[in-house]
Ligand binder design. Structure first.
Ligand code: EPZ
Length: 420
């Protein structure tokens, strides 16, 4: 397993390019199962989660090959049973259910199971499939869904924490090949859903309302191949903006979509971080001094849960009290105990973390637990005095393309070390 060795205290300077979005490309790759024709997906980030999704598509019978800055996928003949050991390892793979149901009228996929940030149920996904006329059974760790005919329906897809991103993706993909009109109420509005809708429309799907809570899909008999460039990763962009602010540097983030980052940029501004938009670039620098802020994570366009941990790392540096409240997942504070090892003073009160910020951080050995918690530890290590070792870096490789390389280019003293 690799670790990252960081000698902190160096302000980041220079330019960093944002890669394609992990959370857009995973459902888009799944959507290629909806047609027998070849699809070309561009700006695909080099991530372990993406490689994994490629292996899952191949296990179903699709052909997947590298093609310039992306992938070429053709699911000419596929079978609808997902490989248990593969599917279990990456819960994002749950989004193959919808396309398999749409294309084959049946699918058997291992239950994705939970992870450190929460139970990650899929009851809303299954509610959507049932609304389209599919029979859903769960047995032996697998979910099996089948439908003689898929019929459009009007359904409410909101759950305990509001909308579901991959649940919306799954139902939208199944509905694309159903008979008649499907209306999804309380649909997820994330940019990744809009990007998926754009790809599906390029394949011939008829979708309106993407990006709004009311999504309408008029089913068509079949879909054709298409080409699509994935949107830039808004969470990666936010992470680099926060790293720039945390180290007191000045970084230009190129290829970002500022319109996907309103809540984050607004909060960073409140915290005293200066963000200037220059076309598709964001120029980020810390102002005179960081200010404490309160953050509550919400479905889009609210503050994204995937930036909560990184924001918490920044707030440990802001003199005063910041309260970060996590409303999407039930246990997304794994980074708190590790940040405390770097000297942060954080108390958890139910869904909130109370950060007493302003004390300088000092380097230590810390352990990554999940993708965004790991990013938070790297941000904190970059700001801390002395050396920080972040172990279990495979968590980071799931969602950040060449993180240490990109940070080195910005002047960070960061090395990847292999540990037996
Ligand atoms: C997507 O996960 C993202 N993953 C997550 O990013 C992100 O944190 C999450 O959306 C929220 O924005 C991908 O896109 C691959 P949800 P998803 O269904 O779709 C509850 C990262 O770090 N829920 O929107 O699985 C659920 O428990 C990852 O990149 C149900 O109750 O999340 C949670 O509390 C982490 N029943 C809330 O909804 C369901 O059937 C939001 O989950 C489905 C979800």
């Amino acid at each position: 397993m690799d670790s990252l060795l960081i000698k902190g205290g160096v302000p980041l300077h220079g330019e960093v390019a944002v890669s394609g979005s992990k959370n857009a490309v995973l459902p888009i790759l799944a959507a290629t199962l909806l047609t027998a024709e070849p699809c070309r997906i561009r700006r695909v980030p080099h991530l372990s989660d993406v490689r994994f999704m490629g292996r899952i598509l191949e296990s179903l019978g699709a052909k997947v090959s590298a093609d310039g800055d992306g992938l070429r996928v053709q699911a000419k003949k596929i079978q609808g049973v997902g490989n248990y050991s593969l599917i279990r390892k990456m819960r994002g793979s749950v989004c193959i259910l919808g396309p398999l149901l749409g294309r084959l009228r049946e699918a058997t996929v291992a239950l994705p199971g939970g992870c450190v940030i929460g139970a990650r149920p899929i009851n809303l996904h299954l509610k959507g499939f049932a609304a389209l006329g599919a029979k859903v059974t769960i047995e032996g760790g697998y979910v099996h869904t089948a439908a003689r005919r898929l019929r459009g329906a009007e359904l409410f897809l909101g759950g305990r924490a509001g909308s579901t991103v991959l649940g919306t993706a799954n139902v939208m993909m199944a509905a694309a090949l159903a008979e008649g009109v499907t209306i999804i109420e309380s649909a997820a509005c994330e940019p990744e859903i809009v990007d998926l809708a754009h790809f599906l429309s390029a394949m011939g799907a008829q979708i309106t309302g993407a990006g709004s809570p009311i999504l309408t899909i008029t089913g068509v008999p079949e879909l054709h191949g298409a080409e699509h460039e994935v949107i830039p990763d808004r969470i990666e962009a936010a992470t680099y903006a926060i790293a720039a602010a945390a180290t007191g540097g000045e970084v230009t983030i190129t290829g970002a979509r500022a319109d996907h980052l309103h809540a984050v940029l607004d909060k960073l501004g409140e915290a005293g971080v200066q963000v200037r938009r220059q076309g598709t670039a964001l120029r980020v620098r810390r102002g005179a001094r960081l200010r404490p802020v309160d953050v509550t994570t919400l479905p889009y366009a609210g503050f994204p849960t995937d930036v909560q941990a990184q924001m918490m790392a920044l707030m440990t540096l802001a003199p005063g009290i910041s309260i970060l409240t996590e409303r999407i997942f039930e246990s997304r504070f794994m980074h708190v105990s590790e940040l405390a090892r770097l000297g942060a003073d954080i108390e958890i009160e139910g869904p909130s973390a109370i950060v007493k910020g302003g004390r300088p951080l000092s380097g230590a050995e810390v352990m990554a637990s999940d993708l965004r918690a790991s990013a938070a530890l790297v941000v904190a290590g970059l700001a801390a005095r002395g050396t920080t070792r972040v172990s279990r870096v495979y968590h980071i490789d799931r969602g950040y393309e060449n993180l240490d390389g990109k940070l080195r280019k910005l002047g960070a003293r960061i090395q990847r070390v292999s540990e037996s």
